[in-house]
Design a protein around this ligand. Structure first.
Ligand code: SF4
Length: 462
């Protein structure tokens, strides 16, 4: 078989692709309005995650910690959660949603966060905060399984399971975006608006590209409200763009409330965006307007300009969140490129069942490795040992040192991308994303041609 799906063989991780499960739950929680999550663990479980969010979005986010110390780690620390909830509610009178996010330490010692939520609901909330709307949601994200990707998936399901309420049909579409950037949300909303679809965009983070206003600084908050989450049970359909980020929430709505559901494909590239629009049409009955046909044409024209001369045959390594990596690989193949190495940073046992991976295995005509539970050393090792020759790397900023060390051009894409300005503003999804991706890859290669004096004269004549 030309395309092999295999786990990393070496024990131990050198330069991980992902961070841990609680990070995903924290990302989901900052997508909710009037929500501050309490991470039940050591302070570092919040501090380093907040740091990555802030580095990536260049914004500030509010997340709290129960700040477990030695005594709690030995004798149990649920008391810290009780104190943390009380302090948080006192300090922030507008907060309505408080997820209690567990970590490796508090899962190992067996702290009962579901029990403490029940206790607080019966006690503190009724006694001290009577009349105030407060929702405590227990989210289990031990870091010794999964990754930030599965943490996001689990948390979004738990929020939806907590809030979704069947009442009257609302005629809206549920759109789970998965772990995306503000630019992606904007591009998706544009496609929905062109099709005149009324949608609830869930765990909506467009406002993470926050303005600096005359009255002072602005703390970024997500746009998803409690009413949005309650209404998901009354929608005409659910579209989850990512198989590994939000499919659990979508499946919950399908199972519990019979909401018609389509999961994927991630709308990266022309082909997947076409399918996305067809899925929108299938769920809502709305036609695809001429304006989007034209937008598609503009993107294809731009892609054609750079594909044959510059992108074709280029060998690429891609790492990051699995839906992003697979979507990018599909888009690269459509642009005649050769994604020879895909690194998926966790050990999800279901990657082998992914129809997109099966399609890659059935159809590609060049050698490709897909490594699960991968770290960035899997990339560097292959380069160092001369096992692959790469023209381009696609991935987040954590792989920048490999690019620098081995002089391989790299386009930053995914999360986090902190060493380039404003990338969170550019979409990779939709026709706008397909166009940006093709041109950004081409421009990365152009800069490399000039820097290495490698046929850079072609650019004079192109
Ligand atoms: S691995 Fe454990 S201790 Fe480290 S940040 Fe994740 S949850 Fe916290």
């Amino acid at each position: 078989m030309l395309c092999e799906l295999k786990p990393r063989e070496r024990a131990g991780i050198i330069n991980p692709v992902f961070t841990c499960q609680p990070a995903g739950a924290q990302f989901a929680s900052i997508g909710i309005k009037d929500c501050i999550g309490i991470v039940h663990g050591g302070q570092g479980c919040v501090m380093f995650v907040r740091l990555i969010f802030s580095q990536h979005f260049k914004e500030s986010f509010e997340l709290a910690s129960s700040s477990v110390h030695e005594e709690g780690a030995v004798f149990g620390a649920v008391r810290r959660v009780e104190e943390a909830v009380d302090v948080l509610l006192m300090r922030y009178p507008d907060v309505k949603v408080v997820p209690i996010i567990s970590t490796c330490c508090t899962e190992v010692i067996g702290d009962d966060i579901d029990g403490v939520v029940s206790k607080l609901n019966r006690g503190l909330l009724q006694e001290k905060y009577a009349g105030r709307e407060v929702h405590l949601v227990a989210i289990h994200t031990p870091s010794f399984v999964g990754s930030m990707v599965s943490g996001y998936d689990v948390a979004t399901r738990d929020f939806i399971a907590h809030f979704a309420q069947k009442t009257e049909p609302n005629g809206k579409l549920n759109l789970f975006t998965g772990w995306v950037n503000p630019g992606d949300v904007k591009a998706l909303k544009h496609l929905l608006a062109e099709m005149q679809i009324d949608a609830t965009v869930l765990f909506e983070i467009e406002s993470f590209d926050s303005p600096l206003m005359p009255h002072g600084n602005f703390v970024s908050h997500g746009g998803t409200t409690i009413a949005d989450m309650q209404g998901t049970a009354n929608a005409l359909g659910t579209l989850a763009l990512n198989r590994y980020e939000c499919a659990k929430a979508a499946r919950h709505l399908e199972t519990e409330f019979g909401i018609p559901t389509i999961i994927g494909p991630t709308p990266i590239g022309i082909r997947n965006t076409d399918t996305f629009l067809q899925n929108l049409k299938k769920l809502t009955g709305k036609p695809i307007p001429e304006s989007l046909v034209r937008e598609r044409g503009v993107a294809i024209d731009a892609i054609t300009d750079v594909t044959h001369m510059f992108l074709a045959e280029k060998k690429v390594a891609i790492y990051g969140n699995p839906d992003l990596v697979i979507g990018l690989a599909e888009a690269c193949i459509d642009m005649e490129m050769k994604p020879v190495l895909l690194l998926l940073g966790d050990d999800n046992a279901f990657y082998g069942d992914d129809p997109r991976i099966k399609a890659l295995q059935a159809n590609i005509d060049f050698e490709m490795e897909i490594v699960t539970n991968a770290d960035l050393w899997e990339l560097e090792k292959r380069i160092k040992e001369g096992k692959i020759e790469l023209d381009l790397i696609l991935g987040h900023s954590k792989g920048r040192f490999t690019s620098i060390e081995y002089n391989i051009p790299m386009l930053r894409v995914g999360f986090p991308t902190y060493d380039r300005a404003g990338l969170y503003r550019h979409p990779v999804v939709g026709y706008a994303g397909a166009l940006w991706l093709a041109e950004a890859m081409a421009n990365t290669l152009f800069a490399d041609m000039e820097y290495k004096k490698d046929r850079e004269w072609i650019l004079n004549m192109w």
